[in-house]
Write a protein of this length. Structure first.
Lengths: 276, 368
């Protein structure tokens, strides 16, 4: 393993859990998840500690079934916590809420609504005091950002999978959450569409700088998008195995990332971890 | 992208797609490749209809012969050879008074259909004349605070059809207003579901006749002071109660099985209960609710005949029963006419529901 990686790793290890509290957006402390089964309790996650800083983009990588999605849905508040706690800006979370926007693996749009109505569903809820025109403008702004200016009034069921996920991205950003949670949002798309949507996502994100936690299976995607890549150990009793800091400058382009001399070192590090 | 609305699309939308092929044939637009399609969709059904009528004709003829032989044999034994010969001559001459009473042939049914229409025209003319005649008098009576004189003559066959449709729609609306809200509540709450489950399971299979009797017991007592004819009330309530179960079960199932992703979206956005139900749960369960409503309407139409008959409420059911009791020589043919009318209207009602379902539902593939 190269010295650069080794240096970054030690740096991260000393930093982990020791960020100044004013910089921390999302804090997972001694998180535990237990599913009771007839053969006794099944411990999915145990003693999982992770801090994510403000305006940080973190990707989470790990083997299927290791508990990544469980962890993310616990942060979203959709899955009860068995032990430990999760806090956003120092406040413990209690159930789901619009301060944590979620982009699901399937687009999860209401197929009977138009793309604009789908985005408005959240906007209406989060900005109840704005006028109808203002809320409309917000929704339209984000739909334009994801390249759907011609599809405001198309039913979600008429859109392709990739277009639907664009609406999903617009819906999540439009409610201006503190934390954005992405559960393998591009896993169901073909590689061309996936690349397109990664570009769109990172473009909006560069503007809004919303703290993001994203699960992915794709090593290249993890490196391209993230400030840090979090590697989870295989379950049961999964925890954080390793954290890799990605030191590429932002804004990044796919070309500059691929041509960067450290790219293949990062990539090797991640693949070595996953193949272990 | 604007979609042009062609006849083909419309007929396909309302589930009568075979018409468009027929239209293409007459307008000469039929391509060679379409010919197979045309054969399957238009020619084969027409051939099967002709085959059906042919079999019916043959069956009716042989039943007629059995009945005729038996009658002549009986006349021979009871009254001697002269009476038997006279009866045979009478039958051959086609005199309606001595025809054997059995399954009518297609042509007899067609004749009865035309005579029922003639009868309708006569009654309508009669009614119009009556209304014209009494118009001035009624105006005066209403001005004096008395009830207007209404036409109380015999209803025609067409009047009976409309009366039946009225009953079935009243029953259907009752079922809709009971079953859909109740289904939503049951679907939303597991507690309500378990408390209502026994109720649904026990009452769902109960026969229309028993429902009629139950409604009769209750309505008769409730309307004891009223002079109004309660047969309509009783029959539409019975129809509604018989037919609502499919909608109730389907609504509850639709509401309780909304896609988990949609519920998660509602949770993340923290939508209130009202918004959650009207913006997420209901639209997503509409396809299942409509499947239920479609079954409800066809069940309502099916039980209607039996219930009208029991309730002595005017309509097709009563018409059939009265013709059967009547025993005139064309009664059997009239019953068969009613049978076809009931079948065709049932089919059209089903198509109507399918059209509405296609209209309101997001899931265009689910409806068949």
């Amino acid at each position: 393993m190269s010295t650069i990686i080794a240096d970054t790793k030690t740096k991260i290890m000393t930093e982990n859990g020791l960020f100044p509290s004013s910089e921390v957006m999302l804090d997972l402390k001694k998180l535990k998840k237990v599913y009771p089964t007839p053969k006794g309790d099944y411990v999915v996650l145990e003693d999982l500690n992770l801090q994510i800083k403000k305006e940080e983009f973190v990707t989470i990588i790990g083997h299927s079934g290791c508990g990544k999605t469980t962890m993310l849905s616990m942060i979203a508040g959709l899955n009860p916590i068995s032990g430990g706690n999760i806090s956003v800006l120092g406040k413990h979370i209690k159930g789901p809420g619009p301060d944590r926007g979620v982009i699901f693996q399937s687009p999860s749009l209401m197929p009977w609504m138009t793309s604009l109505q789908n985005v408005m569903l959240g906007v209406n809820k989060v900005f109840p005091h704005a006028t109808r025109a203002q809320r409309n403008d917000i929704a339209k702004y984000y739909l334009q950002k994801v390249g759907l200016e011609d599809a405001f009034n198309k039913k979600a069921s008429e859109l392709s999978q990739g277009m639907q996920q664009r609406v999903g991205i617009a819906r999540a950003f439009a409610i201006k959450p503190k934390v954005l949670l992405l559960d393998e949002p591009f896993g169901m798309l073909d590689s061309l569409t996936r690349g397109e949507l990664q570009d769109i996502l990172i473009e909006i994100w560069n503007k809004e700088k919303i703290t993001a936690v994203m699960i992915t299976h794709d090593v290249d995607e993890a490196i391209f998008l993230a400030d840090r890549v979090v590697m989870m150990t295989s379950g049961p009793k999964a925890k954080i195995g390793d954290i890799l800091k990605i030191d590429f400058e932002r804004p990044r382009t796919r070309k500059s990332v691929l041509e960067h001399e450290d790219y293949y070192k990062y990539r090797k590090h991640l693949i070595d971890f996953l193949e272990h | 992208m604007k979609q042009s609305l062609t006849l083909g699309k419309v007929t396909k939308f309302i589930g009568l797609g075979f018409f468009s092929t027929l239209k293409d044939l007459f307008t000469g637009k039929l391509e060679k490749e379409d010919f197979k399609n045309f054969l399957r969709k238009t020619v084969v059904p027409l051939v099967s209809i002709l085959l059906f009528i042919g079999l019916w004709q043959m069956g009716a003829k042989s039943l007629y012969n059995i009945e005729a032989e038996f009658k002549i044999e009986k006349a021979l034994n009871d009254q001697g050879p002269e009476a038997a010969d006279a009866l045979r001559d009478c039958m051959v001459s086609g005199d309606p008074s001595c025809q054997p009473n059995t399954l009518p042939s297609p042509s007899q049914v067609w004749g009865s259909y035309k005579s029922l229409l003639r009868d309708h025209n006569i009654i309508s003319a009669d009614k119009a004349a009556f209304i014209e005649k009494t118009a001035a008098l009624n105006e005066k009576r209403v001005a004096d605070g008395k009830d207007a004189i209404t036409y109380t003559g015999r209803p025609s066959f067409v009047d009976q059809i409309f009366r039946s449709l009225k009953t079935v729609f009243a029953g259907f609306l009752l079922a809709l207003f009971i079953a859909v809200p109740l289904g939503i509540f049951i679907g939303l709450s597991p507690t309500l579901k378990s408390s209502f489950n026994w109720f649904i399971q026990i009452f769902k299979p109960v026969s229309p006749v028993v429902w009629y009797l139950l409604v009769f017991m209750i309505v008769k007592t409730l309307l004891i002071d009223s002079n109004e004819d309660s047969s309509f009330t009783i029959s539409f309530i019975s129809v509604g109660l018989c037919s609502m179960w499919a909608t109730l079960v389907n609504t509850a199932m639709g509401v309780s099985s909304v896609d988990k992703d949609f519920i998660n979206v509602a949770k993340v956005l923290k939508l209130g209960n009202f918004q959650k139900i009207f913006k997420v749960v209901l639209p997503s369960s509409l396809p299942l609710i409509f499947t239920g409503l479609k079954i409800t309407l066809s069940v309502a139409w099916m039980v209607l005949i039996a219930i009208e008959l029991l309730a002595q409420s005017p309509g097709l059911g009563l018409f059939v029963w009265e013709e059967f009791q009547n025993g005139a020589n064309d009664s059997n043919a009239k019953i068969i006419v009613a049978m076809f009318v009931i079948g065709i209207i049932g089919f059209l009602l089903d198509r109507l529901m399918l059209t509405i379902q296609n209209w309101v539902s997001f899931d265009k593939t689910g409806a068949i």
